[in-house]
Design a protein around this ligand. Structure first.
Ligand SMILES: *Cc1c(COP(=O)(O)O)cnc(C)c1O
Length: 337
């Protein structure tokens, strides 16, 4: 762990004071206990940080990041937010909602062709008034460029939302600060955090935040997209870029980058039986909705790590919910069987 100048950076949210931020999220998000899930697993004490309740048109982890990205967009005079992703992208939907809330236009560039059914996040994007563009056979960069150029040619000022940057990750540095504050107020301690890790920005922010605040403990990333080696490299890069962005002048040790890549089976659009079980268990034990792509894989990881005894009974484990429930509707047929 690092020796950091804690007061300069974190004393009463100095960190956040230094970066332009637009208020979009309902914060702090709830910190709840999961006693029935813990009982069902005969496991450790379990908590959940409800970032599925950040409030931006069904919430999710991108809302915290958008607070900083959109602030930069507004500083640059942007009047159009451009977001890109998969058909059922949560972040594209949150961007569409942020744009609506702030009176900006949203252009959403989605992979592939328009599907036959408007459901889940795709439906929400449409309801939120976003203009949707299908990338078709073009690669993403090309499709985004076309949208940006057309928007400029109409006298607009587009800003492309990208999460693989420190300005996004600091949303989760701030989130860790928020959690530590909540834990202190309730006199609770957490030994481990389990979180879905896609591109790694969320986990990187949490790691940097935890390190800066001088709290030990492990942040277990459950990979949702990439193999361990690939995600580890991304995480390492994002951690060091975020540390540099914040001006810490220090680095995080490699052993703090914990990744599990054993729960990737659902990636081809089919729900893995273990993920399905996790979705049902979370829903039926706690009324908690997790999705097949992200948070359900993280829940699968949590359950498996408890069952394998990796988490001991004496520990307190926090599941950091990153959202994603609208995606459930895109799997309605498969999940209702
Ligand atoms: C985007 C997303 C993630 C992954 O976040 P990263 O910062 O890319 O790791 C996890 N869960 C949900 C629901 C998401 O939409």
């Amino acid at each position: 762990m690092l020796e950091l100048e804690r007061n300069r950076i974190f004393g009463s949210s100095v960190l956040m004071g230094d970066y332009p931020r637009v208020s979009l999220a309902h914060l702090p998000t709830p910190l709840d206990e999961l006693p029935r899930l813990s009982g069902a697993l005969d496991g450790p004490r379990l908590f959940v940080k409800r970032d599925d309740q950040t409030g931006l048109a069904t919430g999710g982890n991108k809302t915290r990041m958008l607070e900083f990205l959109v602030a930069e967009a507004l500083q640059e005079g942007a009047d159009v937010l451009v977001a890109y992703g998969a058909v059922q992208s949560n972040h594209v939907r949150q961007t569409a909602a942020a744009a609506a809330k702030l009176g900006l236009r949203a252009h959403c560039v989605l992979d592939g062709e328009q599907p036959s059914r408007w459901t889940g996040n795709l439906l929400l994007c449409k309801l939120l008034g976003a203009e949707i563009h299908w990338a078709g056979k073009r690669d993403r960069a090309e499709a985004i460029q076309a949208v940006v150029e057309r928007s400029r040619s109409r006298g607009r000022c587009p800003y492309v939302i990208a999460y693989d940057q420190p300005r996004a990750a600091i949303g989760y540095v701030a989130a860790m600060e928020e959690l530590v504050d909540q834990l202190a107020k309730r006199n609770l301690e957490i030994d481990r955090i389990v979180v879905a890790s896609g591109g790694g920005g969320t986990q990187a922010g949490l790691i940097v935040g935890a390190t800066a605040l001088g709290i030990g403990g492990r942040i277990e990333g459950i990979s949702t997209v990439f193999d361990k080696m690939v995600l580890e490299a991304k995480l390492e890069e994002m951690v060091s870029r975020t540390v540099a962005f914040l001006g810490f002048g220090a680095s995080v040790s490699r052993e703090d980058l914990v990744i599990h890549d054993d729960y990737l089976e659902s990636r081809d659009g089919v729900v893995d039986p273990l993920v399905r079980e996790a979705i049902l268990l979370a829903a039926q034990a706690e009324g908690l909705l997790v999705d097949p792509v992200y948070s359900g894989k993280a829940m699968t990881g949590l359950i498996d790590l408890v069952r394998r005894g990796v988490f001991s009974h004496h520990e307190s484990v926090l599941f950091w919910h990153t959202g994603g429930a609208p995606t459930l509707f895109a799997y309605a047929e498969e999940l209702s069987r």
